[in-house]
Each structure stands twice: as structure tokens, then as C-alpha cells.
Design a protein around this ligand. Structure first.
Ligand code: F6R
Length: 245
């Protein structure tokens, strides 16, 4: 596990973009695991800049997103497919056929989750997985009590996360109560992982995930098992870490 602490969310976003860019430069067909939410938005803006400046080419890049709300079509402005199109895919030269987001409308969710896992494997696994972290320690929609062996599946979203995510919806009632998410086991299979976090509201959970015991009460703590995980932290999010890194 590596910890990088930076002075601002801008620097965190640039560092994240630098790591993603390095993966795509090393292997133009890289398979990227991508996250939504507020945290990676500026990192995606940096990647768009690098593409527009001719520094990066996404023509052959391939992506799998972590999660999607159940019941929202890709045209809904709060669906994660819509988010990815708006914040990244529509602005770079990626082939949309090479971008995957779990299907929140699948009639047979179990089958569709198994197919998502199979496709990740068939495409050679995820080279670089980008993560954010929920204030309760979730990664993707793996809420507290999610097991280390979990795979892509339908899950209930915790009340804490519904409250956190209500800011993106007109009212709390509109926040979906279930989602399809990659599992912890799916995420840990990625060759490299970067987790971005900024803001003092993430300080307690970052300290628990990095320095606390490995526990399913803080799903992000399972990243301590992974051989190549980098936490890219803005200083407020890192402010409760006890160690000097
Ligand atoms: C999103 C995802 C979530 C977010 C987390 C943090 O695809 O998987 O786990 O990374 O909820 O969200 P923000 O960045 O909005 O604080």
C-alpha cells in the first residue's frame, strides 16, 4: 500500500490522471476500472485535457465501471452510464462499445452480473481500478458487512449512503435503494488500484481503512490485502492518519 498526500483536490485529481495516463500509455488497450461520484470528476477533466492536448489516445482503451443504480436507464441524468458519458466518454476518442457499465435494468440481474464478471475475465482482467470511498467505508456499492469474496451482484444501498447521495437527486425519496456493484473480490483482482479521497468528511474513514484492522465493517480496509494499491489523498482527507507517510 502506498500513500500519497497532496495539498489540494486539484493536485489529487492531477496525480490520479497521471497514474491513469501512465497505464494507457504503457498499454493503449489497457482495461480501466472506473468510478463515479463527486471525487473523480476533476480527474476525468484532467484526462480530457490530456486527450485534447494530444498527449493521450483512448482509441483502444477499454473500461468497466464499478456500479449502477437498479432501475435507472442510461438516459437518466443520475445513472452512472449517463455520468460516464457526460464526464468522460463523450469528450475523448474511446469507442463506446469498449465501455461497460453494469446493467441496472437487466431482467435477469443474476445472469447479467455473471456475464459482467465473465467479460472482465475475457478481456484479461482490470489493469487499473479507480476507486472513491464512501463515508462509511464502502468501495463501489460494497457497504459495511460486504465479504471479501463478493462478486458482481445486486445489493441494498445503506441508509447512510442514500443520505450521502441524496445531494445528487431532487429529494431523498428519489435515490434508488438498490444497485448492481462489482464485489470486493472483483475489485481485489485488479492488477493495480488507486483510491482517491478529498475533504475532512473522509478523514475518519481513510484512517480506518489505511491504519485500522481489516474488517468487513470498513470494506475499504480489505485493500490492505492488495499488492499494489495507492491512496491518493488530499491533505484534509489524510489528516487523521497517525503514521508519517
Ligand atoms: C461510485 C462508487 C462509490 C463512490 C463513493 C464516494 O462509482 O463506487 O463507492 O466512490 O460513494 O463518492 P463521492 O466521490 O461522491 O464522495
Amino acid at each position: 500500500m502506498e500513500i500519497i498526500i497532496l495539498n489540494s483536490a486539484e493536485e489529487m485529481s492531477k496525480k490520479g490522471a497521471e497514474i491513469v495516463a501512465a497505464a494507457v500509455k504503457r498499454n493503449p488497450k489497457a482495461v480501466l476500472g472506473l468510478a463515479t461520484g463527486g471525487t473523480p470528476v476533476k480527474m476525468y477533466a484532467e484526462l480530457i485535457k490530456l486527450y485534447k492536448n494530444g498527449v493521450l489516445d483512448f482509441k483502444k482503451a477499454r473500461t468497466f465501471n464499478l456500479d449502477e443504480y437498479v432501475g435507472l436507464p442510461g438516459t437518466h441524468d443520475q445513472s452512472y452510464r449517463y455520468f460516464m458519458n457526460e464526464n468522460l466518454f463523450n469528450h475523448i476518442n474511446i469507442n463506446k462499445k469498449n465501455t461497460n457499465v453494469p446493467d441496472g435494468l437487466a431482467k435477469d440481474i443474476e445472469k447479467s452480473c455473471a456475464a459482467y464478471e465473465a467479460k472482465i475475465n475475457a478481456w484479461g482482467g482490470i489493469d487499473l481500478q479507480v476507486l472513491g470511498i464512501g463515508s462509511n467505508g464502502h468501495i463501489a456499492f460494497n457497504e459495511p458487512l460486504s465479504g471479501i469474496m463478493t462478486r458482481t451482484r445486486k445489493v441494498a444501498i445503506s441508509q447512510r449512503t442514500i443520505t450521502d447521495n441524496a445531494r445528487f437527486f431532487k429529494s431523498m425519496n428519489e435515490v434508488p435503494k438498490t444497485a448492481v456493484t462489482m464485489g470486493i473480490g472483483t475489485i481485489l483482482k485488479a492488477k493495480k488500484i488507486i483510491l482517491l479521497a478529498s475533504g475532512s468528511n473522509k478523514a475518519d474513514v481513510i484512517a480506518a481503512a489505511v491504519e485500522g484492522p481489516i474488517t468487513h465493517l470498513i470494506p475499504a480496509s480489505f485493500l490492505q490485502f492488495h499488492p499494489d494499491t495507492v491512496f491518493v489523498l488530499e491533505k484534509e482527507a489524510a489528516s487523521k492518519l497517525k503514521g508519517k507517510y
